[in-house]
Write a protein that binds this ligand. Structure first.
Ligand code: CA
Length: 333
């Protein structure tokens, strides 16, 4: 059987690490190895209009402004503590988006993420891969509006959850899950073969300023080169301040690990399991749980990544980003 080019919806809340996931995916589009049908933005790291504008500007920066962008469904969050602007910047991307060309799409006129997911999965049943790297609000809204629709995806790859490591928002909870626990519960109930990339492995993916310099090399003065270098510096400084990487200089590219599942799976190992989400705990809301007791179990809803080859994963990402920055379509970039 000849492999087919993956048709993809990227559901994202840019987000410094979202930016690297999107750029890595665009390198695959550039190579003819991905068809990016839509970017559905979502309320998360920063508010819904800001994630929409950020995604649009990144697509424009890289010459992909023809790709459809959807706005996030409003009102999903039950998480009242904070967004993640303290880590990612008030614009989600290092306070750098004001240095980029203006947003080319109208937020108010954009379709909502749930509607785009429903229409796209209906148009291409069992052909579309959803990569979900933000809170699961849009996916859950689609499932509630059209029960069973998420089963029409070919596969759903989720960055989210923390099982045997501390959370990155509360002691127990990872951001994408705790930001909208009801959405997470809905999505984890939607099918039995979710692909879940948790904090347990993404906390090993420290992307460094030296890697960024190597990627940009002779393109350091181009708009994309400047953006990458500045974003990595910003994220690194904040990540160190928030002890995200210990003493290691760099920042965690959590979301980019989803791309490895599709294109470099040799870098990941998985186990089966039934993930449940704590939706009501006073101290543990947003915690993701697996039953590791040595007793007979029936049923599972996910494949959960448990090991990563961080060196080779980031090597693959770096080489593909080099390809992207060296092959942009317009002469002055
Ligand atoms: Ca994200």
């Amino acid at each position: 059987m000849t492999p087919t080019i993956p048709k993809i919806i990227l559901d994202t809340d840019p987000g410094g690490d979202d930016a690297f996931a999107l750029l890595w995916l665009l390198s695959m589009v550039k190579k003819g190895l991905a068809e990016l049908l839509a970017v559905t933005t979502v309320d998360g790291n920063v508010g819904p209009e800001i994630t929409f504008v950020g995604a649009c500007k990144l697509l424009r920066l890289t010459g992909f402004s023809q790709i459809k962008v959807a706005r996030g469904v409003i009102g999903g969050s039950q998480f009242n503590e904070t967004d993640a602007a303290f880590l990612h910047g008030v614009d989600g991307m290092g306070n750098l988006t004001n240095t980029l060309e203006p947003c080319h799409l109208d937020y108010e006129a954009a379709d909502y993420g749930d509607d785009v997911i429903i229409s796209t999965l209906s148009q291409y049943p069992h052909e579309v891969t959803i990569i979900a790297i933000g809170p699961l609000t849009n996916l859950a809204a689609a499932e509630r509006k059209s029960p069973g629709i998420l089963k029409k995806a070919k596969e759903i790859i989720i960055m989210g959850g923390a099982f045997c490591v501390p959370g990155n928002v509360t002691p127990e909870a990872e951001f994408n899950i705790v930001y909208d626990v009801e959405a997470a519960k809905t999505v984890f109930s939607s099918r039995d073969d979710l692909i879940v990339i948790p904090l347990d492995i993404t906390c090993n993916l420290i992307f460094t300023p030296a890697m960024a310099i190597a990627i940009c090399k002779s393109h350091a003065q181009t708009p994309l080169g400047k953006f990458i270098l500045s974003l990595v510096d910003f994220m690194t400084e904040n990540s160190l301040a928030w002890r995200e990487t210990g003493s290691q200089t760099g920042f965690l590219v959590h979301d980019a690990a989803t791309l490895a599942y599709l294109y470099y799976p040799e870098n990941l190992k998985f186990r089966r399991g039934y993930i449940t989400v704590e939706t009501g705990g006073e101290f543990t809301k947003g915690k993701t749980l697996l039953d590791n007791r040595r007793k007979t179990k029936i049923g599972a809803n996910a494949w959960i990544a448990i090991e990563v080859d961080a060196v080779n994963l980031q090597g693959a990402m770096s080489e593909d980003l080099k390809f992207l920055i060296s092959n942009l379509s317009f002469p002055n970039h």
